[in-house]
Design a protein. Structure first.
Length: 426
């Protein structure tokens, strides 16, 4: 359904926190950049500039202030004022860090005493992966050459994983190793000879992971994992598009594996919720809303949330409607959706939603197809669902594992007891 109800967006800003009396690059700003920014902003990465030295940072000072005050950088767009508020992989700056950078720029961006500069951060191959060095890497055997101009391509490439024994996966990450600008998305799937033939409905195999621009890693909590069998082949389904110059593209799948012989207690699942196929977004319209629903057949523990929309996406929220409809709870909301950053938000262990069987996951998506959307390629077109970048999608990838009724009751009781203990100690 469609509604033109306006969505209340949370204002962006920082609280009234004072920065140090005197702020310099060497003493105050460099440590923040090392911790939060340099993993991307350094040579031979996709970031547009390096931020390793004062000489590299100084010309960008005003732009850096603008981006961090607006909370556009580092990229982290989930609203921490509603629903789940704490995340395992939160890379956002604190109010104090933002105030420090702002004051440094406002006072002329001084360099400071070179003796105050911390040792340069060392980077190695593990820094190329958000989850650290993988135990297994599977890559396309050869580059794909994308012409300067041409229609979007959707291709499947099947690659042997080289795995000779059954193992359990704890973390998954897919990333372009070449030509990230032409890689719109990649989905990876596991194909095994002894998997049942379903008559063609599952030709790509058992879903493993989805990559889109800016995606980080899916990492499961201890005790939850996914089986990958010996002899498994990885199917790479790629959506590639031309960007005005001939480009070589390649992608890699990295897997973190549990130790040999380890069998996790819970079987992790990643699937898409929502994604309405009846999208109909009028031309020149803003705050266009669509809703989609998925019902949990069993009790579940949610591990992560990753909304997926395209250039006209404005906001994406997921709420839980509990059995009977007497309780509705907002779980997560990305109120400033950015197509350039398909981030997975890993819920903190103590806040992973525990949901009973029969819970309805309600996805709410908002779109801006007006000229005010600077990312909108053509506001005069009516937009419908589709795979192309100029089409739209809605929904979110979620990771979870199912619980028995008894496990669900035990985990709910344990969380209530921990909350009561924490409240009593305050």
């Amino acid at each position: 359904m469609r509604s033109k109800l306006c969505f209340l967006f949370v204002s962006v800003g920082i609280t009234a926190i004072s920065a140090p009396e005197q702020v310099t690059f060497t003493k105050d700003v460099a440590p923040i950049l090392q911790e939060r920014c340099q993993v991307c902003h350094r040579p031979d990465t996709f970031a547009p500039m390096s931020l390793l030295t004062y000489e590299e940072v100084r010309p960008w000072a005003k732009s850096i202030k603008q981006k961090v005050v607006a909370r556009e950088m580092p990229p982290w767009y989930v609203d921490k004022n509603v629903g789940v508020r704490h995340f395992k992989n939160d890379v956002s700056l604190t109010d104090q860090e933002i105030a420090t950078i702002a004051k440094w720029v406002d006072t002329g961006a001084p360099k400071g005493d070179p003796k105050d500069l911390p040792p340069a951060r060392k980077f190695d191959d593990t820094d190329q992966w958000h989850m650290g060095a993988p135990d297994l890497i599977v890559q396309l055997p050869k580059d794909r050459i994308i012409p300067a101009k041409g229609a979007d391509q959707w291709i499947d490439v099947l690659v042997d994983s080289g795995l000779t024994e059954d193992r359990y996966i704890q973390g998954i990450e897919v990333k372009p190793t070449k030509g990230f600008k032409v890689v719109h998305h990649v989905t990876t799937s596991m194909k095994n000879e002894d998997d049942a033939d379903d008559g063609g409905d599952n030709v790509q195999g058992i879903f493993l992971n989805e990559y889109a621009l800016g995606k980080n890693a899916d990492v499961f909590p201890d005790g939850a994992g996914r089986l990958i069998k010996a002899g498994t082949k990885i199917n790479f389904n790629l959506h590639l598009h031309s960007v005005g110059q001939e480009t070589a593209a390649n992608v890699a799948l990295g897997l973190k594996l549990y130790p040999k012989g380890y069998v996790p207690r819970y079987a992790e699942t990643t699937e898409k919720v929502g994604d309405p196929k009846d999208l109909d977004i009028p031309a020149n319209a803003d705050n266009v809303r669509f809703d989609a629903y998925n019902t949990l057949a069993k009790p579940a523990r949610l591990l992560s949330f990753q909304p997926h929309m395209h250039n006209r996406g404005k906001a994406s929220c997921m709420e839980a409607i509990y059995p009977g409809g007497h309780k509705v709870e907002m779980l997560s909301c990305v109120s400033r959706y950015q197509f350039a950053w398909h981030l997975v938000y890993l819920y903190d262990e103590d806040e992973q939603p525990l949901l009973p069987a029969g819970t309805v996951l309600h996805m709410i998506s908002w779109y801006n197809n007006s000229p005010e959307n600077k990312f909108n390629p053509d506001p005069d077109n009516t937009i419908t669902y589709g795979q192309r970048t100029v089409d739209e999608m809605g929904g979110a990838w979620i990771s979870y594992y199912n619980l028995t009724e008894e496990e669900y009751k035990q985990q709910v009781a344990a969380r209530k007891a921990k909350l009561a203990l924490t409240a009593g100690s305050e």
